[in-house]
Ligand binder design. Structure first.
Ligand code: NAD
Length: 365
């Protein structure tokens, strides 16, 4: 989402870790180790100007500590931008647990991890990410209150993410077609999992013409039958005669190959990191006259849902806040056109501006 330079072993010779942190101005890293449970984790607090750093914990079998370090630095910084652009009073943070999510989990490991989260005294709030389940978070919660996404609390974030995506898509339509109605518009949704299916529901309700693809045939058939969406092949989706491309599965699907094929005038979907190369493809999209809704601003419904939980707001409040994504995307794409600058770069700038302006707030003497 945000351009980051990968840290190489040779960059880390003198002051390895602090040098890595200073590259993107991370505030704090906490390295966690517990021999008894096998826990090896890194918690990264990137920026807390707007509030406590919120971001999920990822459990992944990294090939090296360096790979884990790069991932946690990149992801935590990304959360700062996502939370800022979404107008939340949250900073950015993330945690990674180094290990196999299928074989290394135990109550003790997650409780030990929870103790480390708790040692940050609320500066970092964790949640689920890749490889982590609500059950794991229940164990973390036995040791700390600084957890979001617990079972029985804010619940599945996908409906909120899909609604925010839909609202942002409408803002793009307003810019591109002069009306935010999606009736009759051809929308290709790639991936009809948790978010994709809810998005299809909104689109069909508004009488859009919906095309769908998915690697799971069962899911594909079920969603097609339920909503009357047209099934297209995994590759065919890029060639559909469509108005809007909505990637809701994988990252990096906006690349050299697909950009030469996509006939859409809007790209707006929930998947993370849609631009294979942010600089290159962000510019290419602008040059082609396509309105691109930056993924991290468009798919913020998930983090909004977590925020509702930690601030004890209701599910209705979260949906209301997700509706604001319309205005956020509208501001980004308007400024992108006015400044003839790729929308992702404008979104980054707007996120930075908010942090800077709130950071400059001074108490009256
Ligand atoms: P999911 O796993 O429920 O759904 C993804 C779907 O994509 C699955 O049905 C899968 O079969 C399908 N898929 C995988 N590869 C595909 C391919 N090559 N072509 C077509 N379909 C393919 O995930 P989700 O929770 O719906 O999330 C979708 C995307 O949105 C992910 O990139 C995720 O990171 C992002 N996102 C999700 C949320 C959320 O609230 N769930 C929030 C922010 C961002």
């Amino acid at each position: 989402m945000i351009e980051t330079k990968e840290i190489k072993a040779e960059d880390l010779q003198d002051n390895p870790v602090i040098a890595a942190m200073s590259q993107y101005n991370h505030e704090q890293l906490l390295f966690c180790n517990d021999n008894a449970t096998g826990l090896k984790a890194i918690i990264a607090v990137h920026n807390t100007v707007l509030g406590p750093a919120l971001g999920g914990t990822r459990m992944w079998m990294y090939n090296s500590e360096l790979e884990a370090l790069n991932d946690v630095l990149r992801l935590s910084r990304g959360m700062t931008y996502k939370n800022s652009i979404s107008g939340l009073n949250l900073g950015g943070g993330k945690a990674v647990i180094i290990g196999d999510a299928r074989s290394m989990k135990s109550e003790a490991l997650f409780r030990r991890f929870g103790k480390f989260v708790n040692s940050l005294a609320g500066k970092y709030i964790t949640a689920e990410d890749v490889g982590i389940t609500p059950q794991d978070m229940t164990w973390v919660n036995m040791e700390t209150d600084h957890v979001a996404g617990l079972p029985g609390k804010s619940g599945d974030p996908s409906p909120v993410t899909a609604f925010g995506t839909y609202m942002g898509m409408k803002a793009c339509a307003k810019k591109q077609f002069g009306t935010d109605s999606l009736a009759g518009k051809k929308v290709a949704v790639q991936g009809v999992g948790h978010v994709g299916e809810y998005l299809v529901q909104h689109l069909v309700k508004e009488n859009a013409e919906v095309y769908i693809s998915d690697i799971h045939n069962e899911t594909l058939e079920r969603v097609s039958k339920k909503y009357g969406a047209k099934v297209v092949g995994l590759e065919e989706i890029y060639d559909v005669n469509m108005d809007i491309y909505a990637p809701c599965a994988l990252g990096a699907t906006v690349n050299d190959d697909t950009l030469s094929r996509l006939k859409c005038s809007i790209i707006a979907g929930a998947a993370n990191n849609q631009l294979a190369n942010e600089k290159l493809h962000g510019q290419a999209v602008l040059d082609k006259g396509i309105v691109y809704a930056p993924d991290f601003a468009l798919n913020a419904g998930g983090v909004i849902n977590c925020y509702a939980e930690v601030t004890e707001n209701t599910a209705d409040w979260a949906m209301q806040k997700a509706e604001d994504i319309y205005g956020t995307i509208e501001r980004i794409i308007t400024r992108s056109a006015d400044e003839n600058t790729p929308s992702y770069a404008i979104a980054n700038k707007m996120a930075e501006e908010r942090i800077e302006s709130i950071g400059n707030v001074k108490l009256p003497l």
